[in-house]
Design a protein around this ligand. Structure first.
Ligand code: ATP
Length: 306
């Protein structure tokens, strides 16, 4: 086999707590990660020539060392002395710089694809150990699903699948730098922390309302303060029947959970007309990040850009 095509799914954080800042500048976190059915598509082709090529549908994305795809491919090439090359074609659908781990999930797809194309024989655990060198969310993205993420993101505990629901994902027309958000987080000044343990219990009990009541993200204290439009989107969604709404990761994407798919579809239409968001979609939870594909994308994914 010399080619493979993968869907690489996005994530949201049902809960995001920051425990402390380490000496080395990394933050220790406690996060509940959830894959959503919204994905990039990556096709990989083995090359005889010893080079890495990347093409993408978005012209503002880097295609050199600054792209996590190239960094992940280099890491495996160097460690395993691979003298052949790789041609990657990325169709980007996950909003960029949005708090949905778009770059991380692409990097995870590279690990999964190269393991197969170059017959490296690595287990998911082996891949995760290497993946953390590319980014804190990459180990999670190797398998995805519902998981508790601790340490800097490399200590992962798989959880039972979160209760099914319809999810609205909405990104306002702004880009947020993750580094900026963490730099400006005032840990000592936080008045409360998310009830991560309570959320874990609700997931185990399949209690969707309990999950929705506990949605909380300490990074909102930075991003929402700087970009009030995030609070307006949350308000828009919660005042229209969402069980709960929250900013994902460092933002600015907001997601909302609904137990009524028809109502969610109606609210999504209203949201698109509101002018509050640049990109949005109606989606659901998914149970893994990287999936082989025949190439056809679902309706939800095609709907993303509005
Ligand atoms: P996270 O949720 O892990 O913080 P994010 O969704 O906020 O990630 P990304 O979409 O990964 O952020 O992009 C952040 C920056 O990383 C972008 O500005 C982009 O220039 C750079 N980048 C590098 N590789 C990629 C990639 N494969 N896809 C998207 N962005 C990438």
């Amino acid at each position: 086999m010399d080619r493979i095509t993968l869907k690489a799914m996005a994530k949201i954080n049902l809960g995001l707590d920051v425990i402390r800042r380490r000496e080395d500048g990394y933050h220790e976190v406690r996060m509940i990660m959830q894959t959503v059915d919204l994905c990039d598509e990556l096709s990989f082709q083995r090359l005889k020539e010893d080079e890495l090529r990347l093409a993408t549908n978005l012209d503002f994305l880097p295609t050199d060392q600054n792209n996590l795809i190239i960094r992940a491919a280099k890491l495996l090439k160097e460690e395993f002395g691979i003298r052949e090359g790789l041609d990657v074609n990325l169709t980007k659908r996950i909003p960029v710089a949005a708090g949905m781990a778009g770059g991380s999930t692409d990097a995870a797809a590279v690990f999964v694809a190269m393991n197969e194309l170059f017959r490296l024989g690595l287990s998911d655990d082996d891949l995760r150990k290497r993946a953390v060198a590319i980014g804190a969310d990459v180990p999670y993205c190797i398998t995805g699903g519902t998981a508790l993420s601790e340490g800097i993101g490399e200590i992962l505990t798989p959880l039972p699948a979160a209760p099914a629901c319809t999810v609205i994902v909405a990104k306002p027309p702004i880009h947020v730098s993750t580094a900026f958000v963490y730099r400006n987080l005032d840990l000592g000044g936080l008045e409360r922390h998310p009830d991560i343990d309570g959320m874990l219990e609700c997931i185990r009990r399949q209690d969707l309302c309990g999950v929705a009541e506990r949605l909380e993200n300490v990074l909102e204290s930075v991003t929402v303060k700087k970009y009030p439009i995030i609070a307006r989107i949350k308000e828009f969604l919660t005042s229209r029947g969402a069980l709960g709404a929250l900013m994902s990761g460092s933002g600015p994407t907001v997601f909302a959970l609904y137990d009524d798919g028809e109502k969610a579809a109606w609210v999504h239409e209203e949201l698109r007309k509101s002018g509050l968001v640049k990109e949005s979609c109606l989606t659901s939870f998914a149970d893994r990040t990287c999936m082989k594909t025949g190439g056809k994308m679902g309706v939800r994914e095609r709907n993303l850009r509005v």
